[in-house]
Design a protein around this ligand. Structure first.
Ligand SMILES: NC(=O)c1ccc[n+]([C@@H]2O[C@H](COP(=O)([O-])OP(=O)(O)OC[C@H]3O[C@@H](n4cnc5c(N)ncnc54)[C@H](OP(=O)(O)O)[C@@H]3O)[C@@H](O)[C@H]2O)c1
Length: 264
């Protein structure tokens, strides 16, 4: 299943998270298993300090470049026009790719820490626009952006963000930004869709999973999918990698969706 971004570039409906994968053998096994199971979107970031090993792991699979969707992120210390361009080049080399499918700003500079936060974000975004125009990235977007960041960015941007990756899982439903992105045709992605694993022992999740004869992880991921938000589950465990992409066609009822939303 794919979504179409606002620039008509296609993006897979589920992705594979790579935060905390730090060992080459582990990366090789996990990425190979993920591609075999049918994941094609691989979410990376320079902050995860594993771009080289993920790049090597992708190379070791021999995967056809056109059939995978690789996403990277510029970290906070590299904000600004020139620094972002330099950071992207490092990322591209470490991942051993000619182009990235999506490149995202990892976090907005915010008013809490920077007086000139809007200018910093605008300059970082200008670099992403240049990379996009040069064909070095197929889509550009942001992470962890609130409505005020997006509204401010719009004032200077030539290209609208195509993606916004935020924390999104049962119990954490950022309703305002979700509605805004739906209206503005900005595709959302869900980070920590399993609550970093902690949601899987939740009684509400377990009860709903039991009713559908599915695992708690599958219920959390289906909750994202039914909201048309792309989940990015991470696992290095073969059985879980398979389980997380084998959601099947079961559907959560409206009542169950609401119960999951309201988990505290
Ligand atoms: N943009 C951002 O600011 C941001 C922030 C955080 C994360 N992210 C992205 O989002 C991805 C996912 O988030 P995340 O890594 O925090 O957490 P997650 O995917 O919500 O959960 C991962 C944890 O759950 C376990 N797990 C996975 N599948 C399972 C299953 N079926 N049953 C039981 N346990 C399972 C994993 O263990 P094992 O690996 O041991 O199997 C791991 O400990 C990251 O990897 C990263 O790519 C982005």
């Amino acid at each position: 299943m794919y979504y179409e971004l606002s620039n008509h570039w296609k993006i897979p409906g589920i992705g594979f998270g790579t935060w905390q994968i730090v060992d080459q053998q582990e990366a090789d096994r996990a990425i190979e298993m993920a591609l075999q199971c049918g994941y094609s979107l691989i979410d990376t970031a320079s902050k995860y300090k594993n771009e080289e090993i993920i790049g090597d792991a992708l190379k070791h699979t021999g995967a056809d470049r056109e059939k995978i969707f690789v996403e990277g992120k510029v970290w906070n210390k590299d904000r600004g026009f020139e620094k972002t361009l330099a950071a992207f080049e490092k990322t591209r080399k470490k991942l051993q790719l000619d182009y990235l499918d999506a490149y995202l700003i990892h976090w907005p500079a915010s008013a809490l820490f920077y007086e000139d936060w809007a200018k910093i974000n605008a300059e970082t975004w200008r670099a992403l626009e240049k990379l996009y125009e040069e064909g070095l990235v197929r889509a550009i977007g942001v992470c962890n952006y609130e409505i005020e960041h997006l509204n401010e960015l719009e004032k200077s941007a030539n290209i609208k963000p195509m993606l916004n990756q935020v924390e999104f899982h049962p119990g954490t439903f950022p309703e305002e930004i979700y509605r805004y992105c739906c209206e503005e045709n900005i595709q959302m992605q869900a980070w920590s869709p399993l609550g970093n694993g902690q949601l899987l022992e939740n009684e509400t999740v377990k009860k709903i999973a039991g009713k559908h004869k599915k695992s708690p992880a599958q219920v959390c991921l289906k909750w994202c999918v039914q909201k048309q938000v792309i989940p990015l589950p991470k696992s290095v465990t073969p059985k879980r990698i398979q389980e997380n992409i084998s959601l099947g066609d079961f559907l959560l009822t409206e009542e169950e969706m609401k119960q999951l939303e309201e988990i505290v």
